[in-house]
Ligand binder design. Sequence first.
Ligand SMILES: [Zn+2]
Length: 230
Amino acid sequence: MLLNSETAPVVLFMGAPGSGKGTQSGWLAASLGIPVVATGELLRAEASRNTSEGFRIRQLQAEGALVDDKTVCGVVESRLRRNTPRRGVILDGFPRTVRQAEFLDQLLDDLGLPRPLLLHLDVSTTGILRRLAGRRQCAVCGSVYNLRSKPSLKGSRCQKDGGALVQRDDDTEGVILHRMAEFESSTAPILAYYGPSAVLRIDADRDAAVVAADILHAVAPGTAYHLAVA
Ligand SMILES: [Zn+2]
């Protein structure tokens, strides 16, 4: 499905951890001048408030439990109603379930926004392993680097504070494979719900700049992209 440039695109990014989803959605948002609405951030903001809803989210998160559909839909709805993105929006982390997808359809309809376009960033296991194998984190400040795509200017030390760069436990091969399998099984129902005509598969094993150009061409043909805004 291609959207013409007069339509405000509603874009959902789907991609396994390590697929470059965060980078690509940030670039697309900057190129189109549209916001990224991230459920994680909305929930964190709500949890920091001294309301009964905020209290409940804090409690769920403290127990390590998933926040329920109703709460997640509620924060997304109030964000989109408060400041309706007439020029388009990228949704990050939503919808995660078919119930959330049904809710979103109704909400977009109410707001006069089009049905979403799903960008499925397709990465191979070897591609993700290669990418994540290069990831290093500063043991002191937590800054993330990548030996291939974002090396520290100070080599094996953090360029901010000189801390040692270490590989995170959750970047080991077994954990990565487990996360990929989990991602596949959790997104399959969403992809099936929207159907193949709403889903655009992007080969995300390629260079990030090539992937970005492809995405922009699909969403808004004719728009120049701004890779500098990371
Ligand atoms: Zn550091």
